[in-house]
Design a protein around this ligand. Structure first.
Ligand code: BDP
Length: 720
């Protein structure tokens, strides 16, 4: 027998080993991996302090809360934690005062009163003489949010023996915008096709939908616009509404509301009317009926997102009406059911204006105060279009009587798409922390958006999703960090980029500081690095035409001047940059005097925005003492060099990351380095044709000629 057992045991060991080796992580589990914790002391502490789970209440939300806890605790602690109905020492007690007599009996009511419907508290307390950890909220979804926070404490190695945490979101509507088409292509989506499988809906509920809702709930995202802003009216027909209902039913327990994009011409396209004029009685009635119909499918339908009179989309101006007329008509249709309208301010005239950056302000500012109470005007972070760096949009602060919703782009349309590692929290924070000066210093964009500056009744933040059907959801594994940080900042914009990256890294990879420190630093620098190799010193909109991939500073002579690059950089033998001061387009005048003062003079303008606001001579001296030409060169070169450093940093982490994810990032960083050099060489050679000056000594020569770069014509770039 002995002889037989030995080879058997050896074979078994070998199999186990091989499985371990072959075991790989494709990134599907996002930051919710729930693997056995490695730190033995913490593990012991957690096991001791979580003896059982006591949830009183049976709503769908509390049911998924229990499921999530079961999954998380069994994974992280490596043992099943029993669900119990009686209090015992070290129990985890969850609920609301309404559904849990135990929570009601605790002295937390006054604390809860301050937390609103979605906030939560987590406290170590005595319950009937027993030490317990309580997760309490005013609503079931608040309990779910608190539970995810508690799970995060474990995932990130925090002490849980004496907890006293409370949190409440600073912004009401925290919404993902999917630019997903009904044929499953995704506009500016770089992670495969749409996750919504319209063909198989409503009968087939992909596990992804549930995991998507879990991920969103874990970061507090409470809404999702399922469809592209370049809308298709078919989504509003019964054949699709039944599918929308299936998704809404799946998301509801997770506190995730569904919204749809409304094509303004839908009354004509699917309603058989002759007009979509928002002041026409028949049109109003059509939308009211349509809204009522949607609510029969989705009783908690969130409302509409609308792109109108922009880039060829129909809108009220087609009928001589304005944006408020259009928005109010739709707002009236959903008002009685509690719906809202998010009306986008991303508009620019068909007649190319002197400066596209001014258009939205010009159209919307006069309409301040003219919108219904349930309308939010959704404004992109900057006045052009999600560039690697833009100043904040001048509408922020300029519409005190109209709630303005922030629109960030999570998908990396202009940030190297899905091949570049760019952590966007610093970009979002830069906009949120920018000072509008409208009510004196300290009137930050964040205070406009969270409603505290102008006492908005409704507040919101939207993020254009980077999610697709790739196994890892976002194409680039580090794209997950952008989904994550968007949700975290929408909940609490005071969090630092570093803290958010730390959370995400710990949950996604490991709690080892030897991994965390260098990779966190790399993430924090990644956006500035990209700005340097793409658009340093305030340059913008110089990417490849249409697909927006790769450099294209030479783009000119297109259908519209403001779709070209030369319109934006204005390089000439004399100098470079867009004069947006009084001697130029005067877009600067759209900002408050404090901002005008800050950016008004080239000599004192903060360098990140120098060429955004000013046209300067090639020999203009910047802070480093270099001429602007030399500085541009240095920035392009240092940006590209930094990607080389990123590669080294990543390579040094091999022992902390499983092979599949390690190689995934490694290969993408190699692509990123090639692309950074491509940007560098193409832009430096192109601008040199105007500057007529040598590339500064010590910087290597570009690999190819300018003609070579101009001939690059990438085909089938994803996302268009
Ligand atoms: C631009 C995109 C375009 C979008 C548009 C928008 O290039 O595909 O439709 O914004 O936001 O960034 O509506």
């Amino acid at each position: 027998m002995k002889f037989k057992i030995l080879p058997f045991a050896l074979a078994l060991l070998l199999i186990i080993n091989l499985t371990e080796l072959a075991y790989s992580d494709d990134g599907y589990r996002l930051w919710q991996r729930y693997e056995l914790l490695k730190d033995p002391q913490k593990l012991q502490q957690y096991r001791q302090n979580i003896s059982g789970v006591l949830i009183q209440g049976t709503s769908p939300t509390l049911t998924v809360t229990r499921q999530e806890l079961d999954m998380a605790l069994s994974g992280l602690l490596g043992q099943n934690v029993k669900n119990q109905s009686e209090i015992t020492a070290n129990a985890l007690v969850l609920g609301t005062p309404e559904n849990s007599p135990l929570i009601k009996s605790l002295n937390v009511t006054s604390k809860l009163a301050k937390l609103g419907t979605e906030g939560y508290l987590i406290e170590t307390v005595a319950v009937k003489g027993q030490k317990a950890t309580v997760i309490a909220a005013n609503s079931d979804v608040g309990v779910l949010y608190g539970t995810f926070q508690f799970i995060k404490l474990l995932q990130t190695n925090q002490d849980i023996t004496r907890l006293s945490i409370s949190s409440t979101p600073k912004i009401h509507r925290r919404i993902l915008n999917h630019w997903d088409n009904l044929n499953r292509t995704v506009e500016r989506g770089y992670a495969g096709f749409s996750i919504w499988d319209w063909h198989k809906l409503p009968d087939y509920i992909d596990q992804r939908y549930i995991d998507y809702a879990r991920a969103n709930a874990s970061i507090g995202i409470n809404g999702t616009v399922l469809t592209n802003v370049n809308a298709n009216a078919l989504i509003l027909t019964p054949a699709y509404l039944v599918k929308v209902k299936a998704l809404a039913d799946t998301f509801r327990p997770y506190g995730l509301k569904v919204y749809l994009t409304a094509r303004f011409s839908a009354p004509v396209e699917i309603g058989g009317l002759k007009t979509a004029d928002p002041l026409d009685e028949q049109v109003k009635a059509w939308w009211k009926n349509k809204a009522d119909e949607i609510y029969t499918y989705v009783p908690d339908f969130g409302g509409f997102l609308v792109k109108a009179n922009s880039e060829g989309q129909p809108g009220p101006q087609n009928y001589g009406r304005n944006h408020a007329d259009g928005a109010n008509m739709l707002a009236d249709a959903v008002a009685d059911k509690g719906g809202i309208v998010m009306w986008r301010a991303f508009v620019y005239d068909n007649k190319v204006p002197d400066d596209r950056a001014k258009q939205a302000f010009t159209e919307f500012k006069p309409l301040d105060g003219k919108f219904r109470k349930n309308v939010l005007v959704q404004v992109k972070n900057g006045p052009i279009d999600f560039q690697p760096r833009e100043p904040f949009h001048p509408l922020f602060g300029a519409m005190p009587q109209t709630p303005l919703m922030m629109e960030f782009q999570i998908t990396q349309e202009y940030l190297g798409q899905a091949t570049n590692l760019v952590y966007q929290a610093p970009l979002y924070k830069e906009t949120l922390d920018a000072d509008t000066f409208v009510k004196g210093a300290g009137s930050t964009v964040a205070k406009v958006v969270d409603g505290s500056l102008h006492q908005y009744n409704l507040t919101g933040m939207a993020g254009v999703a980077n999610i697709g059907n790739d196994r890892n959801w976002t194409g680039h594994l580090f794209g997950q960090a952008n989904w994550y940080c968007f949700g975290r900042l929408a909940w609490d914009h005071t969090l630092t980029s570093e803290k958010i990256a730390d959370e995400w890294l710990r949950m996604t990879f490991t709690n080892e500081t030897a991994f965390l420190n260098p990779i966190n630093k790399m993430m924090l620098q990644s956006r500035e690095t990209l700005v340097n190799y793409m658009t340093p010193l305030g340059l913008h909109h110089i990417m490849g035409y249409d697909h927006h991939y790769g450099p294209g500073p030479w783009i000119k002579d297109k259908k519209r001047a403001d779709w070209t690059s030369v319109y934006y950089h204005k390089a000439s033998p004399e100098g470079i940059g867009f004069d947006r001061t009084a001697t130029g387009s005067n877009a600067l005048a759209q900002y408050a005097p404090g901002v005008q003062k800050l950016y008004g003079k080239a000599e004192t303008c903060p360098e990140p925005f120098l060429l955004w606001f000013h046209h300067v001579k090639w020999d203009f001296k910047v802070k480093s003492g270099r001429t602007v030409w030399d500085e541009i060169c240095h920035r392009y070169y240092s940006g590209a060099a930094m990607v080389g450093e990123m590669r080294k940093t990543w390579d040094a982490t091999q022992s902390y990351v499983d092979a599949e994810r390690f190689n995934h990032v490694k290969m993408l960083l190699l692509i990123q380095e090639k692309e950074a050099r491509w940007w560098r060489d193409a832009c430096v050679l192109y601008f040199q044709t105007f500057a007529q000056r040598p590339i500064p000594a010590g910087l290597e020569k570009p690999t190819h000629s300018l003609e070579y770069y101009q001939k690059q014509d990438p085909k089938f770039v994803p996302g268009i």
